[in-house]
Structures are given as C-alpha cells and as structure tokens.
Design a protein. Structure first.
Length: 315
C-alpha cells in the first residue's frame, strides 16, 4: 500500500479479508463498478479475475440498448463525465456470452440490471432467476422511467419503494438497490429501498454534471449532461455511505472515486461491507489488484485480523 512502512511488521501474518454479503461468501471485499469493467472479459489480459471478490457486470436490460449518440465521454478535472446511455447487448447475448465466460472463474458474480419501466426490470430479473452463476442482482435505478416523464426511479422514494417490491417478488438472488446521489436526502432513498425489501444497497452512482468545450463552443458530450465519476466525487460518496450505514441495517457496497487502498478503507470505516473500483480502471487496469494488496498490507501493519474490526469504526 502506498506510503505504508512495513519495517518490523510480520508480513506473513494471517488476515481474514473475506466478507459475508447477504449470505454470499466473497474472498475479499473488492468488486468493480458496473460499466467500468465490461463483464470481466475486457480486462482478462490485465487482471486475474480469480483474485477479485466479485465481478459486477455492465448493466444489462431485457432487450438490447444502443445507448446515446457520441461523443459520450469527456475527461474532467479529477474524473470523467459519461453519457453512454447503458448500451448493452440484451439479456440473450449476456447469458450466452458473458455469464458463460464468468462461470470459468472462482469469483462472485453481481449482475447489474437496468430498464425503462417496472415491467422491463421484472422481466430481466425473471430471466436471471435460475442462472446458477449469478450470486447477486444490483438494480440500477438511475434509469429514466419512460412511463413517468423520464424521471429516474432512484430520485422518487415512492417509485423506488414500488420498483423494489416488484423486483423482490420475482428475484431468487439477493437484491442490491444502487442509489443515485442526485437527491436531497440519501437516507430517505435508502429507507425507501429497504422498506421495499432491498437486501442491500450500493452507492453512489454518478453525479449529474456538465462540461463545455470552449473551442467548439458546445457541450463536451452530445447528451449535454452526463454522470460525473472519479476522485472528485469521493468525499461526497464517503459522506453518503456513512449516512446510509447509520440510517438502515443492510449491507452496503461503497463506491465513488476509489483509486487506491486508502480510499477503499475510508468507505469500509464509514460502514461499507464491500467496495467497488470504477473510473480508476480506465486509468490503471491493475487498480483492483493494488487495492486488494493494499488493504491486506494495512491489516497486517495495523494488526487487524478481520475487516469486521474496522467496519463502521467512525462514529
């Protein structure tokens, strides 16, 4: 881990990095943020997927989505804006290609699900219900609800509770609701999801942002706005994870600007059970491995035998 001195420390000390998340055992707490790692295949030449706690797939819908027109990515200070529009090949291709690929690895699989209506979400969840290689479902509620004027499911507590209830009726895997930070009170949304039956929560999704290309005198992405991610959002993400961890009693996957082990440990100390590495994967495809090793080094140096000792330790 960067800046940690290990002189005089027994680096062979046994530490337990495993976590139990909704009854699923993971070898360590590190996964990847949906949309930043494909479904693992794209990073297979760089990362031994067997070393990850889990792979979280790119968002998948019941039918293929083309996504937004280009340009749809723009670099910003301390991060990036994306307006990909959840382009994906649809459920049939995902199951035949991506799930089949992941079944060859000893790592957890979290499938991110998206949709434009409650019906689309439920149909996607039903298709995945009997897939034995799927450990958990992560529901992206930042999608626009086409039947309610395009407002995202995740910014309306009533809509969030309702969609969670409908998904839980059909899901056979534990359900993680991925919360949007584009709200006034993140704890209100967390309580709504838990009231709807959510088994866990993940946060944060991207923050709505904008960049203008002053030379072309137009928006940097065709969609005008996009999701801001990267180190610039980390303090907001840590704050929201802390608030949610103290508001509801379900496990949390913390994410938002994690670039090294110190970042990941902040989320764990704020109350997260697991962490997701996202934008940093674009900058350094080995980031997940560095984070895992860095957490282990920190635990050895600090004589921490289990992550339970430090989870939520800040009050």
């Amino acid at each position: 881990m960067d800046n940690l001195k290990t002189s005089g420390v027994d680096m062979n000390m046994d530490v337990d990095m495993s976590v139990d998340f909704c009854g699923v055992h993971f070898k360590n707490p590190v996964t990847v943020a949906s949309g930043t790692f494909g479904s693992g295949m794209e990073y297979g030449d760089f990362v031994d997927l067997n070393k990850l706690g889990a792979v979280t797939t790119k968002g998948v819908a019941i039918t293929p989505w083309e996504g937004n027109p280009t340009p749809r990515i723009a670099e910003t200070y301390g991060g990036m804006i994306n307006a990909i529009g959840l382009q994906n090949p649809g459920m049939d291709t995902f199951i035949k290609r991506d799930l089949k690929f992941l079944s060859g690895y000893d790592t957890g699989v979290i499938v991110n699900v998206c949709g434009h209506s409650v019906t689309e979400y439920v149909e996607a969840v039903e298709r995945l219900a009997d897939e034995k290689d799927v450990d958990l479902l992560e529901i992206n509620v930042s999608c626009p609800n086409v039947k309610e004027g395009g407002i995202a499911f995740g910014v309306d507590p009533t809509a969030l509770e309702n969609i969670t209830k409908e998904i839980k009726k059909k899901a056979k895997q534990p359900v993680i609701m991925k919360l949007s930070p584009n709200v006034t009170d993140i704890t209100e949304m967390a309580r709504a999801a838990v009231s709807g039956g959510a088994d866990a929560l993940s946060l944060i999704n991207t923050i709505t942002g904008m960049k203008i290309d002053i030379h072309r005198r137009t928006f940097a992405v065709k969609n005008k706005t996009g999701g801001l991610s990267g180190p610039a959002v980390k303090p907001v993400a840590v704050r929201m994870v802390y608030q949610v961890a103290n508001a509801v009693d379900v496990p949390i996957i913390g994410m938002g600007g994690i670039a090294n082990a110190e970042d990941a440990l902040e989320f764990i100390m704020a109350g997260a059970t697991m962490v997701s590495v996202g934008t940093a994967n674009f900058h350094d495809p080995y980031t997940t491995l560095h984070v895992i090793e860095g957490i282990k080094d920190f635990m050895i140096k600090e004589n921490i035998k289990s992550l339970d000792e430090i989870r939520g330790c800040v009050k």
